[in-house]
Design a protein around this ligand. Sequence first.
Ligand SMILES: Cc1cc2nc3c(=O)[nH]c(=O)nc-3n(C[C@H](O)[C@H](O)[C@H](O)COP(=O)(O)OP(=O)(O)OC[C@H]3O[C@@H](n4cnc5c(N)ncnc54)[C@H](O)[C@@H]3O)c2cc1C
Length: 391
Amino acid sequence: MSRISFDNTEVAFADKTTPELRRALWLFRFIGNTSLVKFSAPFVTAAFKTGLPVKRIVRNTVFRHFCGGENISDSEPAISKLWKSHIGTILDYSVEAQQLESDFDATCHEILSIIEKASGNPALPFSVFKMTGIARLALLERINAKVKLSAEEEEEFSRIKQRVEKICELAYRKNVPVFFDAEETWIQNPIDALAHEMMLRFNKERAIVFNTVQLYRIDRLNYLSKMIEDAREKKYRSGFKLVRGAYHEKEAERALMNGYEVPVFGKKYETDNAFNKSLEICMDNLDVIELCSGTHNEKSCELLVELMEKKNVVVNDKRIWFAQLYGMSDHISYNLSKAGYNVAKYVPYGKVEAVLPYLIRRAQENKSVAGQSSRELSLIMTELKRRKNKS
Ligand SMILES: Cc1cc2nc3c(=O)[nH]c(=O)nc-3n(C[C@H](O)[C@H](O)[C@H](O)COP(=O)(O)OP(=O)(O)OC[C@H]3O[C@@H](n4cnc5c(N)ncnc54)[C@H](O)[C@@H]3O)c2cc1C
């Protein structure tokens, strides 16, 4: 058994006022209600498209809870608040599935600003980007399917590569590691290939480029082992963010619709086993790996703590990070940080309408994952009760 406990709600919610906690309680009650989320997600998306005035409601509820704000300076209070408890912020410019070259360039520019801001600032230990923020999804899909590209598409792809190079090169010069987020299987191959190319170029003394491994994918333990072999053979440090994966329903639906084998596990425990196994693999190969365990799963966090204890790795070893999403699982982030572990939280920001797909994923995840919102709810209620008894 590891020495960590996530039950201390006083630590978990130290920087939340009682009204903030009451608002969070209401919010998790709402998104924990499956039928309400099922009904409101398509309604809100359609309302944004048709101009119905839902923006204020979204901004004052889910957006306020899960996001830093609309831009970097709006996110400053969240950054300072987290850093008071030694929790780093990973500023996540949450635009995805863009279409125009000008939008891709603007997103690339924004990611570069995040890296500049993070340079030399321990409160901002990583940067991150999503490939669909700087590349057209349909083109990534064609590359993934190994379709022969037209000359125009080749040019478009070379512009994408230039954006990726710019981001990784600046991350290297400024010594700010950068995560490539993982997306759907039908666009992931070119993302993996580019991340690998950048690791070979920039992961010298330390891991600057991190790829993300989604352990709900049946093929990913194999991928992880191959990448470790590659790093050892070619003498570079590999960086991995380990996650379970955010597109489970979509992956299964698309595979069934198109008649190919479902690429993700069908049972939750299979994903859990794969995730936990990936932690073990990484910990057994720390000589070539740096890892960030991106999860709200208490058992997986406890396991990583246990593995660190077993291997006599110090709690704040620079190669090992825990990460959660802003607005979720503060009991994990704050208790780990208090015990001295390296912890960071993704703090998404962007225009409310641009962040909508991210917010809908969070709402759906909290409704579909048994226990997540009820765990958040019971912790918030425990803390509210504790404060009431104290006063
Ligand atoms: C810091 C951070 C960064 C992230 N970055 C990414 C990213 O780049 N790409 C990405 O895709 N996601 C990313 N995520 C989201 C992540 O993949 C999960 O969706 C989310 O964290 C929930 O998983 P969990 O491990 O926290 O918790 P848990 O509640 O233990 O697990 C829920 C997850 O289990 C899996 N699952 C659920 N039901 C089943 C089933 N029936 N069969 C098999 N598996 C099932 C799904 O992956 C689901 O999301 C990130 C999360 C964090 C915290």
